[in-house]
Design a protein. Sequence first.
Length: 161
Amino acid sequence: MPSSRLMRGTALAATLVFGLGAAGCGSSKSKSNKTSTSTPAITKAAFLKQGNAICKRGNQQIAKAANTLFPRTGPKPSKARMTKFATSTVVPSLQSQINQIKALGTPAGDQTKVNAIVSSAQSALDKGKKDPALLTSNGSSPFKKTNQLSRSYGLKTCAAG
């Protein structure tokens, strides 16, 4: 049960990350990861492939940590443990994903769509930073809008949840 809550939060976070990403994993490949406005835009196909891969890695990292900290056969975790997990694992992972995606650049002609995804994701994550329970509960997700925007753009892995 806790892992389903965490996976949901992870998927939401992943959506956020994809839209906003700018820092981190995969930045060693600098061919198309520059954010400078003079850098040629990334193709949509490359953006989707790389963005979905970023979300997949982030989701897997969060799920692995959740499964380690909250075994399915163990007792229900306390609110304090869930909050600590959200603040020490989920939030940093999602922010990293957002940063990495942002670092990909924006496909030509899609600036408005990508900016909407990124803005929505960062706003949702900021809400989760203020109230970590939003990231680990089965309640209303702050990433609902982000997931819809991401899914319609093609970031399906980032919008899973």
